[in-house]
Ligand binder design. Structure first.
Ligand code: BYC
Length: 336
């Protein structure tokens, strides 16, 4: 949409079409693109606050993907069969790929990966609350796939229609992969649920522990969501936190029945009038505590991430040296 909205390189006082004008014209052009449900592209003019909101959300999303590798990777060496191990490795690698797409999307907004990682490592940017809970048994891998990836899909499918082009396009691919992740979690839990009484109990215990934190993934209730109204006006978000949470609950109830597992909420029941399920109160004190850094695994996750970053320094340096050789014409190829 660069031609419609003006380019990033233009001075704020330049007009959209090149004649005399003001930044208001840029704003009008931006608003028109958003109203027409078209996409804003990296070279288009955009309000500073729109750019900052996108960087905040995309960075948090990218950080969640790479931190999210940890709880699952914890089980790769202990997967109960070669098949399960291969599936889990593929899934964890997918999460790394999602991180890459998302850091690249943030780069199109002028914010580099180094800066974002620095903010993650110093605690200045967040990642999803859900990854501050431990994976205690093999069934947790199934519960993460079914519930955490299920919540992620519910939240992320509407993001495929986000007004910012690079983020929307990254989400299309991510959602396809998340669907596979969700299915593998469901299938894993089904196998356990239909297994021995001990396996069934293990699956139920995992669902009991992951259910409520999964509902928290959608963010605070609408009345306390500071960014939702503006993000929805800009069509970054298409639905409110509570709308998506309710949609997720509606999806999960029949799936839990098919799995032969119970959702740990005595207040969960169909509301005929609303056409949705009612559910019990969420412990928002726990949510706020986890966000403040006091969840069961906050410290462990960040420490591990910082170590991984330090241990990977030589890879980044080698890649940079190789790229520099390429730009000077040296390929670095080994000749006989
Ligand atoms: N955890 O005004 P609100 C995945 C923060 S990856 C932590 O409603 P917004 C997966 C929020 O950032 C899952 N923080 O915010 C990966 C804000 O604080 P700041 C990640 C949360 O942005 C690997 C404050 O609370 N998915 O699924 O309008 C393996 C107020 O909230 C959380 C995404 O990132 C939370 N749960 O809405 C498997 C999706 N909730 O920034 C799976 C993209 C809220 O002002 N993100 N906060 O300091 C979004 O859709 C939105 O950012 C949210 C929050 C719905 C999460």
């Amino acid at each position: 949409m660069a031609t419609a909205v003006g380019s990033v390189g233009a001075d704020a006082g330049d007009s959209v079409g090149g004649g005399a004008g003001s930044s208001t014209e840029y704003e009008r052009a931006f608003d028109a693109v958003v109203a027409a449900d078209e996409r804003i592209e990296p070279r288009d003019w955009m309000p500073d606050a729109y750019r900052a909101t996108l960087v905040r959300q995309i960075a948090q999303h990218a950080h969640s993907e790479i931190i999210g590798m940890q709880p699952e990777a914890n089980w790769i060496t202990r997967a109960p069969s070669l098949r399960r191990k291969a599936i889990l490795m593929a899934k964890v690698q997918d999460e790394a790929g999602h991180g890459l797409y998302l850091y690249s999307a943030a780069e199109t907004l002028g914010t580099g990966r180094d800066e974002l990682l620095d903010k993650l490592h110093s605690g200045r940017q967040k990642y999803s609350s859900i990854f501050n809970y431990p994976t205690l048994t093999w069934a947790d891998v199934g519960a993460i796939g079914w519930l955490v990836d299920g919540a992620a899909i519910t939240n992320q499918v509407p993001l495929c229609r986000c007004s910012y082009g690079p983020y929307a396009r990254a989400m299309v691919r991510i959602c396809k992969e998340e669907s596979f992740h969700q299915r593998q979690g469901y299938e894993l839990l089904l196998a356990l649920s239909r297994g021995t009484p001990e396996q069934h109990a293990m699956a139920q215990d995992a669902v009991d522990r992951w259910w409520w934190p999964s509902l928290m993934m959608f963010g605070p209730p609408d009345g306390e969501s500071q960014h939702s109204a503006q993000s929805m006006a800009w069509k970054i978000k298409r639905h409110s936190n509570d709308e998506l949470r309710r949609r997720f609950v509606d999806i999960c109830v029949p799936q839990a029945e098919s799995l032969g597992l119970t959702l740990p909420d005595p207040d969960l029941r169909w509301n005929e009038e609303q056409g949705h399920h009612d559910f019990g109160p969420i412990d928002w004190t726990e949510f706020r505590d986890v966000l403040k850094g006091n969840g069961p695994c906050n410290e462990e996750r960040l420490t591990r991430r910082r170590h991984a970053h330090e241990e990977g320094a030589w890879v980044r340096e080698s890649a940079a040296a190789y790229a520099a050789k390429h730009t000077t014409g040296e390929t670095g190829a080994i000749r006989p």
